[in-house]
Design a protein around this ligand. Structure first.
Ligand code: FAD
Length: 326
């Protein structure tokens, strides 16, 4: 008989989002471990706001952009204790299998049983450079899923993965990308969260291609990763990092806003960026997404503005409950 999951484990993400009352689309947010005291304060303010706004779950990145790995565990533990359902990321970069097992053990000891299993990118200045597995480590995210399923501390974890609306940059074509994503879903992952995108059609095509290729595993929830647009600089950075396509219409709207900003001195790009993000999210909701996962960079404001436009949150600046975490 299979052993039951330890009682301290958090509820699986897919149960949490499925329990949202009908007519309400759940949302969740991604945090990064802070690097200094100011960033730490900002993170906890945002965590309080998102708790009070009713986020279904929060996620904490691992080693992304060089952030400290110990901080992922510390931040995730604190978020989980408060209590927010917490999805903790883990990557293979610079880890042996033994170390990965120790981290899975640490997550299990903290009750952090929702894992986003990732390969990670090469550390250092060029994340798009060649990938080299660590000696004694693992090669692909699917290996981490398999490890988590056979390691006793994490055998009951619910595991999510990354998926890529425009295909992962190391894949030769979309067919290969679809197969590799399905490999992770067949290895036991229960849902995916996508890389951010500017064109909703790419997200919809990814969802369709997964189901078409494998009606069983391909039908697992695909959660769109949404990054609220607040500046031209951040749009350019995302295009550089992820290769996301910026549709011509959006490019023109943002450039017009930039011109207007130069004339008026107002932050027109942010205003138009939030409008664009709201329109994208409205379409995703109409397409029946299971959850909206906002990449917040630890700022609450832009996400709250989008949620407000959708009638899912009060306007920014409104006093929220602030009854938890403090
Ligand atoms: P994999 O699934 O291992 O895929 C890597 C490449 O190998 C792909 O091209 C894939 O198609 C190919 N591949 C997979 N299996 C095989 C196989 N058996 N044979 C041949 N080819 C194969 N990075 C961080 O450092 N920290 C984070 O916290 C983080 N969070 C993220 C959250 C989300 C939602 C997303 C979308 C990405 C995140 N990333 C993070 C970035 C991620 O680590 C990179 O995009 C990385 O390049 C790919 O990771 P993966 O888990 O998809 O890798």
């Amino acid at each position: 008989m299979p052993t039951p999951a330890p009682a301290r484990f958090q509820r699986p993400i897919t149960d949490v989002i499925a329990d949202t009352p009908p007519g309400i689309v759940p949302f969740s947010v991604e945090f990064m471990p802070p690097r200094d005291d100011a960033a730490e304060a900002r993170l906890w303010n945002a965590a309080v706001d998102f708790h009070d706004l009713g986020a279904a779950f929060v996620s904490v990145t691992y080693g992304a952009g060089g952030s400290s790995r110990e901080r992922t565990l510390r931040v995730a533990k604190k978020l989980a204790q408060h209590p927010l359902t917490t999805l903790v990321h883990l990557t293979l970069v610079n880890h042996t299998t033994e170390e990965l097992e120790q981290i899975l053990q640490d997550y299990a000891d903290a009750g952090l049983s929702n894992l986003l299993a990732l390969r990670g990118d090469p550390p250092g200045a060029d994340p798009l450079g060649p990938w080299e597995a660590t000696e004694g480590g693992l090669e692909y995210a699917s290996d981490l899923i398999e490890l988590s399923k056979r390691f006793s501390a994490s055998e009951h974890f619910q595991v999510g993965i990354a998926s890529f609306p425009e295909g992962h940059f190391r894949c030769e074509n979309l067919e290969q990308d679809t197969e590799m994503t399905l490999k992770k879903l067949r290895a036991g992952a229960d849902f995916s969260i996508t890389q951010m995108f500017f064109d909703v059609d790419y997200f919809l095509r990814l969802r369709d291609r997964l189901v078409e290729a494998d009606p069983e595993h391909g039908a697992k929830p695909v959660i769109p990763g949404v990054m609220p647009i607040t500046s031209i600089r951040s749009v350019k950075r995302q295009i550089e990092l992820s290769g996301a396509t910026l549709p011509e219409g959006l490019r023109r709207r943002l450039l017009r806003a930039e011109q207007l900003a130069a004339e008026s001195g107002q932050d027109e790009v942010r205003k138009v960026g939030i409008e664009i993000t709201t329109e994208m999210v409205e379409r995703l909701i109409a397409e029946g997404v299971p959850d909206l996962h906002f990449m917040t960079m630890n700022f609450a404001r832009a996400t709250q503005e989008v949620l407000h436009n959708l009638g899912m949150a009060p306007a920014w600046g409104t006093e929220l409950g602030h009854d938890a975490l403090r």
